[in-house]
Design a protein around this ligand. Structure first.
Ligand SMILES: Nc1ncnc2c1ncn2[C@@H]1O[C@H](COP(=O)(O)OP(=O)(O)OP(=O)(O)O)[C@@H](O)[C@H]1O
Length: 252
């Protein structure tokens, strides 16, 4: 289980996160949503060890991992994807996934086999010999996701992994995220594709201006007046029932 407690972060005079609290259970999907600039990526960067918080703590299964470097976070099982995929040196698609497989493989043969299986699951096998820089950006996000999955994380941080994907690819990723949950992973997903949030989220955390303004089921947060105001700029007093970002009877 991932526990984020009282996390705060400023960039110079800009207070980006204030007193952020939430937990992500194993075998569950937490969707982190909120308007642009709310602080979602900053929070995920803190959990993944890319940024140090100014205050607060991050615990993984009870162990304090606050401010550990990203390589340490990865070694402990916190894996993330990036909104803009990084270029992993001069590696091709296959190599970039195989490198990540070493975290849990007993040698290069096993790592290669795991990488192949993951690429096939993501329908990326045909791209295996291509340099990461030569495939479409949306596909690099899929490779990024496959790379994250192959390391068998305890916590998977997905940063807008669906952006720019075709409907078929969105369905594929939704299935893969679901599989990941079945494998016991605590998934924290920043996602603007509401089809994915509706299909997947067990729990939704809404950030606005660096604060958690609502959390619960998608149905619950969609009816929260403060959430409506954050998304639509409508004063809470003028609306009491809303569909933001989308109502979700299934999760309601
Ligand atoms: N390294 C940085 N230095 C200065 N300001 C930053 C830095 N990173 C983020 N910010 C600012 O912090 C605020 C929150 O940014 P962040 O990217 O975390 O928001 P977000 O909710 O992920 O937004 P989006 O949905 O647009 O990606 C923004 O005002 C952003 O400009």
């Amino acid at each position: 289980m991932l526990t984020v407690a009282n996390v705060a972060k400023s960039f110079g005079g800009l207070h980006v996160l204030h007193d952020v609290n939430f937990t992500a259970e194993s075998a569950s999907i937490t969707a982190l949503i909120g308007p642009n600039g709310a602080g979602k990526s900053t929070l995920v960067n803190i959990i993944g060890g890319v940024l140090r918080p100014d205050g607060g703590t991050v615990h993984l299964d009870g162990e304090d991992v606050t401010g550990v470097p990203s390589a340490t976070a990865f070694a402990k099982g916190i894996t993330r994807t990036f909104q803009i995929s990084g270029n992993v040196g001069a590696l091709n698609v296959f190599e970039s996934v195989a490198v990540a497989a070493y975290r849990q493989a007993r040698g290069y043969r096993e790592a290669n086999a795991l990488a192949r299986a993951e690429l096939e699951r993501f329908e990326l096998w045909e791209y295996r010999d291509q340099q990461l820089g030569s495939i479409p950006t949306a596909l690099t996000r899929l490779v990024d996701f496959a790379r994250a999955m192959v390391s068998r994380p305890k916590v998977l941080l997905l940063d807008e992994v669906m952006a720019g994907l075709t409907p078929h690819e969105v369905d594929l990723v939704i299935r893969q995220v679901g599989t990941c949950r079945e494998q016991g992973v605590a998934i924290v997903m920043i996602e603007h594709v509401m089809q994915a949030v509706e299909a997947l989220a067990d729990h939704v955390v809404v950030l606005n201006q660096g604060q958690v303004i609502a959390s619960g089921s998608l149905g619950d947060v969609s009816r929260n007046a403060e959430v409506v105001e954050a998304y639509l700029g409508t004063p809470p007093s003028e609306r009491d029932e809303v569909r933001v970002p989308a109502d979700n009877p299934a999760k309601g």
